[in-house]
Design a protein around this ligand. Structure first.
Ligand SMILES: Nc1ncnc2c1ncn2[C@@H]1O[C@H](COP(=O)(O)OP(=O)(O)O)[C@@H](O)[C@H]1O
Ligand SMILES: [Mg+2]
Length: 458
């Protein structure tokens, strides 16, 4: 075998594979570029789940004529210059490989104008080949259009999931950046339908715009600062359960096993949105090209930050939810996986008071009951039974967020097997039947709980 260099084209496709996994990864890179360009308004257009089009229009600084060709070259960036800069990264991007990677596996058009220019410039690149460079009239800012993603990499195309699943990822990316930049205008249009139009607001209002008032009511704001950094955000007090919580480090949405596991230990599956502000030297985002994972210099400092934040802000409440198996036993002593419980009594038909290992627990019966119903359904499902339905006399109108709509479609089969029937008329969703053994008044809560239990697909 002779050893030979790979062609530039092959190198670019390999590099592209690391950055561009699916439409949502393109969307992430384009949104980050707009934010790095100090845009205050971002409009996102998606067609066919991003397989046909992913377009981001911003009102940021724009790209100068001399730079527009460099933007699509690999390792060309305006964001860092020296190795030292790597230890003080404040921008989302710095590797200078997103646009070149994207252009290698799609048909890319960049149209951009700076405020000092009268005309804008437009560059078209297809599969890594420059097609045209021209002067055009356009507003100040940048529009990046990515068409026919993976048109020249059929193997990649095959790995893409259904449009519904890909859109679930797209919406998740959009929500993440909209949450971490609430002072900016974010609009999302999917297949010509306006899915979100979020005007500049406070973080609290943004959470409400995205997740609805129902979520917000259940969220408690927490905040804590120590010598190293700061953490703030929202933690669910017990009614919103989901595996898809949000973690941001210096406004960058990340996945982090350490933070997730500490939170899980502290608050179980409760929903949370946490923002960490840490000095750039303390974290390393240069772990993977997608920059979605971070490493910490010292993990215990981060753990301490979270634990202190929860202790300072949450110790007024200690909600504890006992599962079906745990409540089923009818002795006064309850052995649970969290220890032995002794029931002391009941307050105002609402709280069960229990004692265990020198702690007194107030168990919200309403929440516990929902949980019990939920676990019964889950158990029957595990045994592969279809649960019979009872039709509701008057259908219940559901208020679903756009991502819940995608989740609903994704889970349709499971939901019907449990005994729920959801019908939709002109973009409105109605619960028309519920599991036979469920109290009507509880059905909606349980339904939302089932919806939120949908596993993280990423
Ligand atoms: N929306 C945008 N507005 C202004 N400049 C942009 C935009 N998108 C990309 N650029 C320019 O193109 C360069 C290359 O972008 P990219 O390939 O994503 O690399 P990186 O973001 O790591 O620098 C950026 O450094 C920036 O100068
Ligand atoms: Mg970038």
């Amino acid at each position: 075998m002779k050893i030979k260099p790979l062609s530039e084209e092959v190198i670019n496709k390999i590099a592209a594979g690391e950055v561009v996994e699916r439409p949502a990864s393109v969307l992430k890179e384009l949104i980050e570029n707009s934010l790095d360009a100090s845009a205050t308004s971002l409009e996102v257009y998606i067609e066919k789940a991003g397989k046909r089009l992913i377009c981001v229009v911003d009102n940021g600084e724009g790209i100068e004529k001399e730079d527009i060709l460099n933007a699509v070259k690999r390792h060309y960036t305006s964001k860092i210059r020296t190795e030292e800069d790597l230890y003080s990264i404040l921008s989302y991007g710095f590797r200078g490989e997103a646009l070149s990677s994207i252009s290698a596996v799609s048909k890319l058009t960049i149209t951009s104008r700076t405020k000092n220019d009268i005309y804008g410039n437009q560059v078209v690149v297809e599969g890594g080949n420059l097609i045209s460079l021209s002067q055009v009239g356009c507003p100040v800012g940048t529009k990046v259009e990515v068409k026919d993603l993976f048109y020249n990499v059929p193997a990649r195309q095959k790995f893409l999931k259904s449009e519904n699943t890909e859109n679930l990822h797209n919406v998740w990316v959009f929500i993440n950046y909209a949450l971490s930049n609430p002072e900016k205008h974010f609009k999302l249009v999917i297949d010509s339908k306006e899915t979100f139009n979020l005007y500049p607001s406070s973080l609290k209002e943004r959470v409400s715009q995205i997740y609805g008032k129902k979520y917000l009511e259940d969220l408690k704001f927490i905040e804590y600062e120590n010598y190293l950094g700061k953490v703030y955000g929202f933690v669910s007090l017990g009614n919103v359960k989901t595996r898809k919580s949000h973690i941001f480090i210096n406004k960058r949405p990340v996945k982090n096993a350490l933070i997730s596991s500490v939170m899980k230990k502290k608050i179980g599956d409760n929903f949370f949105i946490l923002f960490f502000e840490l000095p750039p030297y303390f974290i390393d985002v240069n772990v993977h090209p997608s920059k979605q994972e971070v490493k910490f210099r010292k993990e215990n400092v981060v753990v301490d930050l979270i634990e202190s934040a929860l202790k300072e802000n949450l110790n007024e409440f200690k909600t504890f939810v006992v599962s079906y198996q745990e409540l089923r036993q009818n002795t006064a002593q309850y052995q649970t996986k969290n220890g032995k419980f002794e029931i002391l009594g009941q307050i105002e038909d609402t709280f069960i008071v229990a004692y265990s290992e020198s702690h007194v627990y107030f168990i919200d019966q309403h929440v516990a009951n929902e949980r019990v119903m939920y676990e019964i359904l889950l158990n029957q499902l595990k045994e592969n039974k279809k649960i019979p339905s009872q039709r509701l006399l008057s259908p219940f109108k559901l208020h679903l967020s756009p991502s819940q709509v995608y989740t609903l479609n994704e889970m349709k089969e499971t939901i019907e097997r449990i005994g729920f029937v959801v019908e939709n008329k002109e973009d409105q969703y109605f619960l028309t039947a519920i599991p036979y053994n469920l109290e009507t008044s509880k059905a909606v809560e349980v339904f939302y709980e089932v919806l939120e239990s949908y596993p993280d697909t990423s």
